[in-house]
Design a protein around this ligand. Structure first.
Ligand code: GDP
Ligand code: IMO
Ligand code: MG
Length: 426
């Protein structure tokens, strides 16, 4: 099983970091393929609680080669801060590889991200304001600056002069902001180049060679299916492709190199930022989920919106990414409820949909159709075997398997590494 993709099946924050860290034990390489430091992946083990934004969640496993592939947009300042933070905690980062083809997040991307959100007003996306959208926009517009450009001062200078001239027109004339200085950015990014130079390489070749040698490579997704630019709840999405197909594009490997696609599903649903969310609970239920699940955004510190598990979304994710097995996280959080609701479809204008609807208006305005299941009301964080879970919890898991049509390999019952029930060997 050399090529394994791990993705989020909802709106992100499903617990990808925890599960990547666990699976990394058995991996040779862990590679991030899309997104940027909009991601926040948390790992809690006996020694550390880490919040990673760019560095793959395999970093705690010393034998693993962590790779940031060309589909990622890199804010070099954040990357260096993350490297320094890890080193300060005694976690070595010298094996890290960074793609020379990855695009850079520049200061004007962050400014434009915030300014566009402000201009959109009530219709804003609720971005992380890390400059991710504008960086991917420049990539598509062929105005981007890549990691390799930093390594050649004359190219960096030339590209920066060209692009800042355009950006300054937009910043000043459209948004009424100050100009940015090409010279200052050049100086700042030259210092980053000096420090990042040892990590920079051609990562597509590296991953393909690793797969050729039979090594195990885990492709770590950021965000989740419904934040996918093509397949998510557009425009309330991120600007990259978190779905499984994004891994092949973002790394530069053929689809036949992939042996398995693992989908991470939280036992309920959360979302940060704006956009439709049929099962959202703006009430005491949502508050309990938020408190019990500590649902505060890892990257922005914003409260996460909370709601019940949505099966049509899960089935959609399974299809879009060809998910072959699932991992359920945060089942322990549902211990707080007497009754648990499971959304099995939507009602809109007298028509029922048991699938992700074809028009977003339906998704915006529908009423969720719920099945109710009894809760278990007992602490399950100490449980390590499926059969030792309360019967009601086992029934909940089995119902999700039945409705999604996909087996579970892991059920997570707490943030710590050991708070995990393994159902099968991955
Ligand atoms: P990611 O972006 O998908 O990696 O997820 P985040 O790290 O942003 O958010 C998941 C949060 O839930 C983190 O704080 C994790 O430590 C925590 N977490 C992961 N699995 C579990 C679990 O099974 N139970 C509980 N209570 N917390 C968990
Ligand atoms: P991880 O990897 C949850 C959301 C933002 C916003 C939308 C667009 O930790 O699961 P962007 O800054 O990407 O342009 O914002 O996407 N978003 C996330 N939500 N988890 C994430 O990453 C996210 N990354 C972006 O809140 O709604
Ligand atoms: Mg997160």
């Amino acid at each position: 099983m050399p090529g394994i993709i791990l993705i989020g099946t909802q709106w992100g924050d499903e617990g990808k970091g925890k599960i990547t860290d666990i699976l990394a034990d058995d991996m040779d390489v862990v590679v991030r393929y899309q997104g940027g430091n909009n991601a926040g992946h948390t790992i809690v083990n006996s020694d550390h609680e880490l919040k990673l934004h760019l560095i793959p969640s395999g970093i705690l496993n010393e034998h693993v080669i962590p790779v940031i592939a060309s589909g990622v947009v890199i804010d070099p300042k954040t990357l260096l801060e993350e490297i320094d933070g890890l080193e300060a905690r005694g976690i070595p980062t010298d094996k890290l590889k960074v793609s020379s083809n990855a695009h850079l997040i520049m200061p004007y991307h962050r400014l434009l991200d915030a300014a566009t959100e402000l201009r959109l007003g009530k219709t804003k996306i609720g971005t992380t304001k890390k400059g991710v959208g504008p960086a991917y926009t420049d990539k598509s517009a062929r105005l981007g600056i890549r990691v390799q450009d930093m390594l050649d001062p004359s190219i960096l200078k030339k590209k920066l002069d060209q692009v800042t001239a355009i950006k300054n027109e937009i910043l000043t004339k459209v948004y009424g902001l100050e100009e940015v200085s090409s010279e200052e950015i050049f100086k700042e990014y030259s210092t980053y180049a000096d420090r990042l130079r040892p990590f920079i390489t051609e990562t597509s070749l590296l991953i393909n060679e690793a797969l050729d040698e039979g090594k195990k490579v885990l492709f770590e997704g950021a965000q989740g299916t419904l934040l996918d630019l093509d397949h998510g709840t557009y425009p309330f999405v991120t600007s990259s492709s978190p779905i499984a197909g994004g891994a092949c594009v973002g790394v530069g490997v053929g689809p036949l190199r992939i042996d398995k696609v693992i989908g991470i599903v939280k036992a309920y649903t959360t979302r940060v930022g704006e956009g439709p969310f049929p099962t959202e609970q703006i009430n005491e239920t949502g508050q309990i989920m938020k408190t019990e699940g500590a649902e505060i955004g890892t990257t922005t510190g914003r409260d996460r919106r909370c709601g019940w598990l949505d099966i049509p979304i899960l089935k959609y994710s399974v299809k879009v990414s060809g998910i072959s097995s699932l991992v359920m996280t945060k089942l322990d959080v549902l211990s707080a409820f007497d009754t648990i609701k499971l959304c099995v479809g939507y009602l809109f204008e007298d028509k029922e949909y048991d699938y992700f609807p074809p028009h977003q208006t339906i998704f915006h305005k529908c009423e969720p159709i719920y099945e109710e299941m009894p809760g278990w009301r007992e602490d399950i964080r100490g449980v390590r075997e499926l059969s030792k879970l309360p019967l009601a919890a086992q029934k909940y898991i089995n119902r999700v398997i039945e409705l999604s049509g996909v087996p579970f390999e892991i059920v997570s019952v707490g943030p710590k590494r050991k708070e995990t029930i393994s159902l099968a060997r991955i």
